[in-house]
Design a protein around this ligand. Structure first.
Ligand code: UTP
Length: 296
């Protein structure tokens, strides 16, 4: 039985929906409360049992590498000031896991970004976590849920959730049927279908466990929607060659790469923090009450 040990986190997109913040900084470094988005994702991978991670970076990669590296000056300063708790926090980031980096020389699409990881992955099933999708789960981490499904099926598993019918044109959508609790067989996939042509409203949301056979397919995949090499197009081809499943994972997913998603993540994550919850909620209430008065 093959085990999922490696994860690929693509973080080389332009992040145009978040300009100007993303002009000189990758959107994966946007902080949600006090942690960069990509740290939430790395933590999810580790909590799911992943042993090695590769981050696909683009032209503004420095801050991501620095974030997961040691910062000796900062450590010395914190030690001097006896800020032990902060020192522990800073050290815990650089001690997390072995992280590798590879640069996608041109942002030719998500499919191309994944293809850049082929040598790192080799002939093993691997996980993909999109660098701008945070999933909060009170149960098992989202990726762990997919890996458990992979362990049972020994085939590609796509993380999906139900989206509103009028939203299907923003996502990759599966054509399949629910064969058991939360598990779908995937017969076909389509990237950003027209609302009236979508085969379902099960959308692929930033988490995957993929068979290594995808790399030979990606090598041949032509640019699709938006002129980009689409992972969904390659997965569609893979679904013709091998079994494929989708898993309706539990958890609240935030698309941090768009402004509304980022704001929702920030508010909800802050409300989950013990040290912020009471004061922040009280503040939000005053804002909502004020809005109500303004509207009336
Ligand atoms: P998105 O489509 O959300 O990223 O890709 P984008 O292109 O940066 O976004 P906008 O539309 O311009 O705002 C999903 C994930 O895939 C990565 C992104 O960094 C993001 O984590 N990606 C995308 C790459 O690594 N390379 C690419 O060529 C495209």
């Amino acid at each position: 039985m093959k085990k999922v040990r490696k994860a690929v986190i693509p973080a080389a997109g332009f992040g145009t929906r978040f300009l100007p913040a993303t002009k000189a900084m990758p959107k994966e470094m946007l902080p949600v409360v006090d942690k960069p988005t990509i740290q939430y994702i790395v933590e999810e991978a580790i909590e799911s049992g992943i042993e090695e991670i590769i981050i696909i970076t683009g032209k503004n990669k420095r801050s991501i590498e620095d974030h997961f590296d040691r910062s000796v000056e900062l450590e010395v300063e914190l030690e001097k000031k006896e800020k032990t708790e902060l020192l522990r926090l800073v050290n815990s980031i650089s001690d997390m896991v072995d992280i590798h980096y590879i640069r996608q020389k041109e942002a030719k699409g998500l499919g191309h970004a994944i293809y850049c990881a082929r040598t790192f992955v080799g002939d093993e099933p691997f996980a993909v976590l999109l660098g701008d999708d945070i999933v909060h789960s009170d149960d098992e981490p989202a990726l762990k849920q997919l890996i458990d499904c992979y362990d049972e099926k020994q085939a590609t598993v796509l993380g999906v959730q139900t989206v509103a019918k009028e939203e299907v044109d923003k996502y990759g959508i599966i054509d399949g049927y629910e064969m058991s609790d939360r598990v779908y067989t995937v017969n076909d996939l389509v990237e950003k279908p027209d609302v009236d042509k979508a085969p379902s409203n099960q959308a692929i949301l930033g988490r995957y466990v993929i068979s290594p056979a995808i790399f030979d397919i990606l090598a041949e995949t032509e640019p699709g929607v938006g002129g980009e090499i689409q992972l969904t197009d390659a997965l569609k081809e893979l679904s013709k060659q091998e079994d494929m499943f989708a898993y309706d994972f539990k958890g609240k997913r935030y698309d941090v790469g768009n402004k509304l998603g980022f704001l929702q993540a920030t508010v909800e994550m802050a409300l989950r923090r013990d040290e912020l919850k009471v004061d922040f909620l009280a503040y939000l209430k005053t804002i909502v009450d004020q809005e109500r008065i303004d509207v009336e």
